[in-house]
Design a protein around this ligand. Sequence first.
Ligand SMILES: Nc1ncnc2c1ncn2[C@@H]1O[C@H](COP(=O)(O)OP(=O)(O)OP(=O)(O)O)[C@@H](O)[C@H]1O
Length: 264
Amino acid sequence: MSLLLDDISLSIDGATIVQDLALAVEPRQVVGLIGPNGSGKTTALRCVYRALRPTGGAVWIDGKELTRIPLRDSARVIAALTQDGRADLDFTVEEIVALGRAPHLRGNQALSARELELCRQAMAQMQVLHLAHRGVLSLSGGERQRVLVARALVQEPQVLVLDEPTNHLDLHHQIRLLSMLKDSGLSVLVTLHDLNLAASACDRLAVLSQGSLVASGPPQEVLTEALLRDVFGVEASIVPHPLTAVPQILYDLGSATPREGTPA
Ligand SMILES: Nc1ncnc2c1ncn2[C@@H]1O[C@H](COP(=O)(O)OP(=O)(O)OP(=O)(O)O)[C@@H](O)[C@H]1O
């Protein structure tokens, strides 16, 4: 399933937060949305999972304009892992994961045997099966993040939107999650701050700066020393990964430089 952000803009109280963002995610592609803090990444994702409605442009799913699709139908095909999706009710892990099936159920319909097995598999995949009966409030940040990914997977979406999914995850789980996304066969739009992981995991990168798209394309075209300097205010060297040839950034502490338009 394809996802298209067709020149979307989002203004709040007269302030433009995202401006004319054009971005396509082809079927089975993983696209990374990167950019400095406050550049509009979360706001753009919120327009895709319908927490916000763009004030200009439109989002299209497989050739259909999103606002013309009933909410329940779009919830069946788009799953989101959000930054504000922290569960604050003390449900158990298996209850939280089962909530991912909600868009597919009618009323108080119970989960079928297939759906229960789907939940079990997703918990196993995210290595939280042993926590199934624990209350989510008792989990560590990384455990809870993995539970929320499992909930998104049981939704059986075709488009997956994830806002900083590696937050709280240790290195092992960061790499497992990103390789799972790469192999998932889903159309994935993901924001990441770790640019080395983004370069390894994503087919394409899109760079936002102050609400506007400033670069997009394959990681080897997008990640340049000039872009790191101009957009992120960092002097760094970029070398090809010795095994995969994807660009990898070598940072030098003390190389953060003032960025244009950023308060000191
Ligand atoms: N409801 C709102 N009202 C006013 N300003 C907002 C609102 N939502 C977001 N903003 C502002 O819009 C800008 C972009 O925010 P957004 O969360 O999209 O950035 P981001 O790129 O995801 O940042 P980060 O990397 O820090 O998560 C920020 O300056 C933020 O303060």
